[in-house]
Design a protein around this ligand. Sequence first.
Ligand code: DOR
Ligand code: ZN
Length: 435
Amino acid sequence: MKLLLAGGRVIDPSQNLDAHMDILIENGKIAEIEKNANKPKTDSRKSAAREINIIDIKGMVVVPGLIDMHTHLREPGFEYRETIQTGSEAGAAGGFTSVACMPNTNPVNDTRSVTEYIKRKAASCNLVNVYPIASVSMGSEGVSLTEFMDLKDAGAMAFSDDGKPVTNSALMRRALEYASSLGMSIISHCEDTCLSQGGSMNEGFVSTELGLQGIPNIAEDAIVARDIIIADYTGALLHIAHVSTAGAVRLIRDAKDRGLMVTAETAPHYFALTDEALREFDTCAKVNPPLRTIEDVKAVKEGLRDGTIDVIASDHAPHASTDKEVEFEYASFGITGLETSLALSLRLVDDGILTLGQLILRMSTNPARILNIPKGTLKTGGDADITVIDPNRNWTVDRNRLRSKGQNTPFHGQAMKGKAIMTIMGGEIKYRDMP
Ligand code: DOR
Ligand code: ZN
């Protein structure tokens, strides 16, 4: 069966494309993309046209399938928080055709068997492409490196001890050198744990008023600076995860100006919220790194605007109510994000910070480049991974209606504008929210 997406506004940063076009999908691939792709060229084509499932998407935006390069799928080991199945459902509903999943599972994804398990399970769910990220160190304990080559061979796309920093600088150096020789990035969770120790929110005015121990910006900035220095020395590929501070943005901008191969991501909550969101002790807004101040939010937005920050990733961190419905200090860090990421990011377009094309670059084309996967494009011949967005759909976040098992969203009850209404992976419709 062929599928024709007709009349939408096609935005594909990989081809500098923003035009009203039709996309013909055949055998899971993008067969044609042009004005009136279904217009029969010959009589024989006319009868073939009857075999085409034509979907009218006038008024909608069509983009390369969104890619979330920072997701916690929790399986194996924490299935009460999320499974590959529920995480894939949440991803597809959020407009994602690909997600890269972090290794802080149980067991940690530090061996070929775990990487292969994730891939096998994801393939049987068959809703989104799942790209495992393997850990840098065994058990993410920061002592000895994992077998990078073996993990790459098993399907790992990058390495990270996310949730924890790689504290040992010598280990980080070796990790960067080794990963880079394989053409892969180290994704760094930048946190000096001596500085953040015991903190549960941003250190500042609000933490003082609430009487909660804070996590200072310098906990993030110090490790961003260290990792950039090591990346400079080794010439390696470094990706900075979940940037939340003005200082980190400045350091990354400077590194890029100097031509280093440093890339960076932020998550929607770092430009949509500040530490004011914790006034009511909402544990759903407790996240690591913590929500910062308005100055940091402005800097993160400016970093997104000028390209210092290459990627918006959800940092989807689903938790169970038992993890969150406890005293603030004891609550787990993390925000469920796959189903709110797109709408929150579209606010940047409404606010004139990014064009739609620049947004899709940060949510599809750039993550594909950093993970080195053949995605993030609508070029003819490529996989038909496509997201259709209704930029004007108004909806309200309802934590009880999320596909994810994680209901831990600080956006519950908030009005959103813009939504994925169709998610197509490999030419198959995996999610549909339209007549
Ligand atoms: O808030 C967070 N949650 N930050 C992390 O780095 C890890 C994540 C998780 O795994 O829950
Ligand atoms: Zn992290």
